[in-house]
Structures are given as C-alpha cells and as structure tokens.
Design a protein around this ligand. Structure first.
Ligand SMILES: Nc1ncnc2c1ncn2[C@@H]1O[C@H](COP(=O)(O)OP(=O)(O)OP(=O)(O)O)[C@@H](O)[C@H]1O
Ligand SMILES: [Mg+2]
Length: 599
C-alpha cells in the first residue's frame, strides 16, 4: 500500500526514528500561549523545592548554634522559621496544581480541535487507508500522554534537574570533597538514561500503535455487530481481539520489564551517594574538617536528592511516551489534504448545470490498474443520464469524481465548460447534491440529518424533499423531525434510511444531482412512488443516476453503459436494448420479470 505514514505495521521492529523527539519539540507552537503559566509552574515548583532546601540549612544553624549553647529562644525562633518555609512549600504546591489544570485542559483541547479539523480536511483517499481506531487512539490516548508530559513531566524534569544542580552546588560550598562526590553521581545517571531511553521509546511506540489496532477492532465489531452475530462469528471476532489484546498485553509487560530493569538503578544512585556521604562525612567530622551541624545538613540535603533523582526514570519515560505520541500526532497533521481549493478558485457562478466528463481516467492510489479510463459523457442542462454496468465496473467511482470526493487522474470534468477543480470545494459541493449506495446518517435529529448540506433550508423545502423521497414517515416518528436517529441511523429500516438520504440529496432542488443507486432498498410499491416524485425533480435538474433495475432506467433520458472502466455505449434505453447485447445482458436478470416502459 502506498501513501500514508499512518498505516503503521503493528509490529514494526525497527528502531524508533529520531523524529520522535523532533516532533515533541514541535508541540511548542501549542505551548506558546501558555509560556507564562508554564514558567509560573516551574518558578513555583522551584520555590517549593527552594523552601525544602532551606530547611536543612536552618537545621544546621540550630544544631551548631542554639542546640550547642542550650538557647531555647533561638531554637523556638528557628523552628518557627522552618515551619513558615514548610507552609510556603505547601502554598506553592497548591498554586502549581491550580495553574497546571488550566494549562493541561487548554493545551489538550487546542491540539484535539486542530487534529479533528485536519481529519475533516483530509480526503476520502486518506480515510480509505487509515484505520479508524488509529485515528481515535491518536485523538484520545496520545493526546492525554502529551498533556500529562507537558503539564507535569516536563515541569518536574526541569525542577528536578535544577534541584540536583542547586543541591550539588550547595554541598560543594558546605564541604567541597563531599560536594564533588555527589556531583559526580550525574555521570552514571547519564549512562543509565541513554540506555533506558533507546529501549523504552521503541517498545512504547509499539504499544501506542497496538492501542490503535485494538481500538479499531472494538470499533469495527461494535459497528458490525449485526453481521457478526448473524454469521455466528462471535467466537472468531473474539479470538481476533484476543490476539491483538494479548500482543498489547505482552508488549506492556515488556515495557514493564524495561522499566523494572532501569528504575532501580535510578534509585540506587542517590542511595549509594548517601552511604558515601555518611561514611566520608563521619570521617570528616572526626578529623574536625566538618561540624556536626554541617554533617546533618549534608545528610538532609543528600536525602533530598532521592526523589528528584529516583523519579528521573519515570519522568524520562513520560517524556519518551509523549515523544512517540507527538510522532503519531504529526503523522496525521503532516498529511497534506490532496483535494483543496486551487489558488484562485472561484465560487460556482449561476450555472446552467451542463456537466461534461471529458476523457476521464482514475485509479485509486496505491492500486494497480486504473478503475476508469477514457470516460467521456455529456449531460445537457436538465438532462438525466443513467449509468448502467455490472458490479465493479466503476459506476460509484465515476459519480464520486463529480463533487471531487476524489480527483480525476486524467482528463477533466467540467460544469458549463469550466473545470470543477477551478471552483471552490464548498460551492461545488453545495451545487452538486449526492446520495450514495449506503445511506450514511448521523446520530442526530432527522431534521439535522436532512439539512446537512443546507443548514438554511426552510420548513417548506424540508417537507417538499420528504414528499419527493416518499419519506413522510419521518413526521410519524415519536418526536417528528426532532426524533434522534441512532448511530448510523440503525434505528430505521434500510428503506427508511435510503429515503431520508434521498430527501437530503434533493433538498433545495440542486442544479446537479448525483444519485448512486438510490432506490435499491425500496419495495416495488414505494419505489414506484419515489420514482414518480423523482421524475418531477429530475425534470429541472442535471442528473447522473446509477441504476441497476430496468424500471428505474425509465427515469433517465439517456443511458450510458459502463464496461471495464469506460463507457462503451450511450443512447436511449430502447436503442441500447435493440443494438447492444452487453446492455441487454446487464439488465436481463431483472428485465425478464419487469415491464420496462420504453421512451
Ligand atoms: N476506496 C477504494 N479503494 C480502492 N479500490 C476501490 C475503492 N472503491 C472501489 N474500488 C475498486 O474500484 C472498482 C470499481 O468500484 P465501484 O465501486 O466504482 O464499482 P460499482 O460499479 O459502483 O459497483 P457496484 O455496482 O457493485 O456498486 C472495483 O474494482 C473496486 O474494487
Ligand atoms: Mg457502486
């Protein structure tokens, strides 16, 4: 498969591209509005840590001064001071949490909105190739990962490194041989970090991809639950899921193993330092190089390094997870929408609706043979042309090219002589109204579904469209047009859904109508009624109508036969019946049973 980077092989074993960290760095454009808050968080956290650092220094003053002299007043005063610093630290903690929640929520919201808007801009071609679950997991779990890092991991990474540097500096001042010893602890830490990073980032990317795969399976089996149950595939689907979930489970365990192998090392370093400090410090006190208070302060300060250094592994892990999440995010955001307004594109002017398909060729990206080649068809203003062809001949594909759901790869499609690519997409799609084979409805009210393309439609227009599509049943739903229809319209019958989709297409009497087999799910009686009503709409509209049944062919002025991706015959139904055996063959299955009115 060519094309999109997002189609990740679930088990890509290659080392993580260096791009992950680069992509994490790109997130800064989202952080920019929050720089003030981020700096506040770092400052506040640093102040909090500062307060804790001061406490051992006060301790030293207490031990070496008042304690030695037995000065109770001094002790009380210093204790009060220590208490004040403790309270200050608590206050800082509160402020940080508070700022943090605003930043986190704001950041995540902004990125998610951009991602969603971008997904809407990306062409069908993209969505054909990328699994829905991968998109869902990017919009949810990857974004939370990034949010967690930016609002927490990053802050503490900065604060902890700063704490380490400050404490090491203080220790050097207090008694330099010991200070240098503690500072030297950074060496082993750096080595551990590097080794940890490489392994962790690889397995975490794999896990994030697998989460997308699992989400895809859940999504597909929820949407396809009807088919799964009726084909008795419950066990099979459950097994597929189990395999994916097991893979995720195994890799999560591997991540835990990597973590288990490295995190203790992050913990050992400060504890080893503490042991060394105690040993060397005791000797120094013995030889008089260090006061007892000095040693107490020294030990307290070294103890203070246990959390910042010990948590380093964990913080780095959140950073690496955020980096892989950023990588996955930018894979989507970096995909350029291929179908966009050309520079200088204009709104469609008042058009007659003269549709011409001129030598059009089209192949789906990443597939071999083109689906369509050398297709030429002229649909006069107000004329209705039926497209007939065996299944897989390219009828749906051809209709999708008119509103630019895909762009032609050869030739051109024109409206009143102008290439459709010279018009703005929004005006083109307002002008060309469509209904597809599988009528897609949304979990929204009937009215919202009907006015999808024309939010400004009046009540009269809506009722006219419903009448034409024989979809007046909508008024009898429990809450009339305000009835919410379930996800994908599943609470309606197939024929009801198809009629609503048809009503949506004819709403507001579009100049150009593209209908892909719009009557397939209707019973013979309803079909006859819809046909009757459609005939009136089609009278004033340029229409391309994919048709399977001979009875519907009667709606068309002319018929075009599509064979192997190209149009091989055009004429009236009776002409083609009389002269083109292939046309007869396509329609014959039903032609024997149905009376076809000749035109
Ligand atoms: N999104 C897609 N990506 C890749 N190939 C596709 C895609 N959609 C359709 N095709 C291929 O293009 C060819 C034409 O498909 P199309 O849907 O246009 O046929 P059709 O004439 O509408 O058939 P039917 O009568 O069954 O609806 C088929 O071989 C199909 O496999
Ligand atoms: Mg089709």
């Amino acid at each position: 498969m060519s094309g999109y980077a997002v189609t990740v092989e679930p088990m890509s074993p290659d080392p993580l591209p260096r791009s992950a960290l680069a992509n994490l760095w790109r997130i800064r454009s989202y952080v920019r509005p929050y720089v003030g808050q981020m700096v506040t968080m770092v400052a506040v956290s640093a102040l909090g840590v500062g307060a804790t650092i001061v406490i051992p220094l006060i301790t030293r003053a207490v031990v070496d001064g008042p304690v030695k002299r037995g000065d109770v007043r001094g002790i009380v005063l210093l204790a009060a001071l220590a208490l004040a610093f403790g309270a200050g630290e608590a206050g800082m903690f509160f402020v940080r949490r508070w700022v943090q929640s605003t930043v986190a929520a704001g950041l995540e919201n902004q990125i998610r909105n951009d991602l969603y808007a971008h997904l809407q801009r990306l062409p069908l071609e993209f969505h054909d190739q990328v699994q829905t679950g991968q998109l869902v997991s990017r919009a949810t779990s990857d974004l939370s990962t990034i949010r967690r890092f930016l609002s927490f991991g990053l802050i503490f990474l900065i604060v902890n490194v700063a704490t380490y540097l400050t404490v090491a500096g203080l220790l050097i001042q207090l008694y330099w041989p010991l200070g240098v010893l503690v500072a030297a602890g950074a060496g082993p830490l750096a080595i551990i970090t590097r080794r940890f990073e490489a392994r962790f980032i690889r397995v975490s990317r794999r896990i994030q991809d697998q989460q997308g795969d699992v989400a895809t399976i859940v999504e597909e089996s929820a949407v396809g639950v009807r088919a799964i149950k009726s084909f008795g595939r419950r066990r099979h689907v459950a097994r597929t899921f189990e395999v994916a979930a097991r893979q995720l489970h195994d890799d999560s365990l591997e991540r835990a193993r990597v973590v288990a192998r490295f995190w203790p090392l992050f913990d050992i370093v400060p504890n080893a330092l503490l042991a060394a400090v105690l040993l060397v410090g005791a000797l120094a006190v013995g030889s008089g190089a260090l006061t007892v208070g000095g040693l107490v302060a020294f030990v307290s300060l070294t103890l203070m390094l246990i959390w910042p250094v010990g948590s380093l592994g964990w913080l780095l892990a959140t950073g690496q997870e955020a980096a892989t999440a950023a990588d996955r995010l930018y894979e989507v955001l970096d995909t350029k929408p291929s179908i966009v307004d050309r520079p200088g594109a204009a709104d469609v002017p008042d058009t007659e609706g003269h549709l011409r398909i001129e030598g059009v060729g089209f192949g789906y990206p990443g597939t071999g043979e083109p689906v369509l080649h050398d297709v030429t068809l002229d649909v006069a203003p107000g004329e209705t042309v039926a497209l007939v062809g065996v299944t897989g001949s390219g009828k749906t594909t051809l209709t999708a090219l008119v509103p630019r759901l895909y762009d032609v790869t050869a030739g051109r499609i024109t409206l009143d002589g102008r290439d459709v690519r010279d018009f703005t997409l929004s005006s083109l799609r307002r002008l060309v109204s469509t209904a597809f084979e599988d009528p897609t409805l949304f979990s929204a009210s009937v009215r919202e579904n009907l006015t999808l393309g024309r939010p400004d439609a009046s009540d009269e227009q809506v009722s006219e469209a419903l009448r034409i599509a024989q979809a007046e049943f909508a008024y009898d739903l429990p809450w009339g047009l305000d009835t919410r229809i379930g996800e994908q319209g599943l609470s309606l019958s197939g024929g009801q859904r198809q009629r609503l989709a048809l009503a949506r297409a004819v709403l507001g009497r579009p100049r150009v109508l593209v209908l892909d087999d719009p009557l397939s799910a209707l019973d013979v009686h309803t079909e006859a009624l819809v046909e009757e009503a459609l005939r009136r709409v089609l009278a004033g509209t340029t229409a391309l109508l994919v048709v399977h049944r001979p009875s519907t062919v009667a709606l068309a002025d002319r018929v075009a036969l599509l064979q192997d991706g190209t149009i091989t015959a055009v004429g009236t139904h009776s002409e083609l019946m009389a002269t083109v055996p292939a046309y007869r063959a396509v329609l014959s299955a039903t032609a024997d049973e149905e009376e076809v009115p000749a035109r």
